[in-house]
Design a protein around this ligand. Structure first.
Ligand SMILES: C[S@@+](CC[C@H](N)C(=O)[O-])C[C@H]1O[C@@H](n2cnc3c(N)ncnc32)[C@H](O)[C@@H]1O
Length: 214
């Protein structure tokens, strides 16, 4: 059923497939099951494939907000979520991901999955770090930076800006003592980080350096 939905959503040939791999989707579902988030956020919905897997891993009472900039894709995601009977669990918001994150109160979110504009990964990191509660889970797709990003952004035709931003993201999470991170090699790589449950010592900055928490 899920495969049929995905195939139908891509069939018109206007969209290059950019959803996570099947293996990655299962890993996301598994991580969601383990984290048991009440409040989860996904940045970059596309046609809803990863959103559906995250939603399937949610505990009772848990909700996912899926943020997608493209109104047509947001509508396709809504439709696909509805076909699978997950409408009560997923809200699809048509909005810029960074702008959305900036509107969220600090330490109010249990899980963030980053998969929107690759060039903005460091900004997403900083805002996600702020909105995550201690013990919150942060997952970033494409951590191996080995995908073809040429179809994702007209302003970055060879994907070099995307690759460089992902690299800076990886360096930044590795240097941030208040994040415990590890790379899972599903698909193009999932960088998985937990915000330290105890006193945070430092937070990431947009240039990849680390500054102490005041
Ligand atoms: C790689 S796809 C997401 C795939 C999806 N997570 C999945 O696995 O099924 C990236 C998506 O991010 C969306 N996007 C790009 N820039 C964005 C932005 N600034 N804010 C929100 N969404 C954005 C694109 O329209 C695209 O649908």
């Amino acid at each position: 059923m899920l495969d049929q939905i995905l195939r139908r959503s891509l069939l018109d040939g206007r969209r290059a497939p950019m959803q996570v791999s099947d293996e990655c989707a299962r890993t996301l579902q598994l991580l969601t099951c383990l984290q048991k988030p009440q409040v989860a956020i996904e940045l970059g919905g596309f046609v809803g494939y990863s959103a559906i897997h995250i939603a399937r891993g949610l505990p009772p009472g848990g909700r996912l907000t899926c943020v997608e900039l493209d109104s047509e894709l947001a509508e396709v995601t809504r439709k696909n979520v509805d076909i699978l009977g997950l409408t009560d669990l997923v809200e699809v918001v048509c909005r810029d991901a960074l702008n959305f994150l900036q509107s969220i109160p600090s330490e109010s979110v249990d899980m963030v999955f980053i998969d929107a504009d690759k060039r903005r990964y460091l900004q997403y990191l900083r805002e996600s770090f702020r909105v995550l509660r201690r013990g919150g889970l942060l997952i970033a797709d494409d951590a191996c930076a080995d995908g073809d990003y040429s179809s994702e952004c007209i302003a970055d035709p060879d994907g070099s800006e995307a690759r460089s931003a992902i690299h800076s993201y990886n360096v930044s999470v590795a240097r941030t003592k208040s994040l415990c991170s590890s790379l899972i090699s599903s698909g193009h790589g999932l960088m998985v980080s937990i915000k330290a449950p105890r006193t945070a010592a430092a937070l990431p900055t947009v240039d990849g350096s680390v500054e102490p928490i005041r």
